[in-house]
Ligand binder design. Structure first.
Ligand code: ZN
Length: 148
């Protein structure tokens, strides 16, 4: 963008990314078992992931107009610009190094927040894959596995 690194590092406190996914209808959602291989393809287990996974699928009823979804659900990633990250920005560290460092400091990635919400039965894995940018090959494989 042509912005000097010292301006970014001193003026920015945090960076938020957000996606909106469809929220599963609480009246008709149905529990679903996801195969181990597919879970592994999505990176399960990962840090912050619960031991108990409560994935659900969309069904459809009169309450949700037969879609299986009702309302929206925010999926978020919040990166706090810590002193360490400020130093990295000043040093013009590459984006992937900034991301790795932010994750090491506890940042939950967008895709992981989506998967945590899917594992809590709030939305489906399909919605997370549809709304969150994904590594193409792996995401496509997961989707193919789900749509069998
Ligand atoms: Zn419904």
């Amino acid at each position: 963008m042509g912005v000097e690194p010292f301006l970014t590092s001193s003026a920015v406190d945090c960076v938020i990314a957000q996606r909106l996914a469809r929220r599963l209808c609480a009246r008709c959602r149905e529990p679903v078992e996801i195969e181990e291989e597919i879970l592994a393809g999505m990176g399960f287990p990962f840090e912050h992931a619960p031991d108990e996974l409560g994935f659900h699928k969309a069904a459809g009823c009169n309450f949700c107009g037969g879609t299986g979804y009702r309302g929206r659900l925010g999926i978020y990633e919040l990166m706090e610009v810590t002193d360490n990250l400020k130093d990295m920005i000043l040093r013009r560290a590459p984006t992937n190094e900034l991301g790795r460092s932010a994750r090491e400091e506890g940042m939950i990635r967008l895709r992981d927040d989506g998967l945590l919400k899917a594992a809590a039965g709030l939305t489906t894995i399909e919605e997370v894959l549809r709304t969150v940018v994904w590594v193409r090959g792996r995401g496509a494989k997961v989707l193919a596995g789900l749509c069998r």
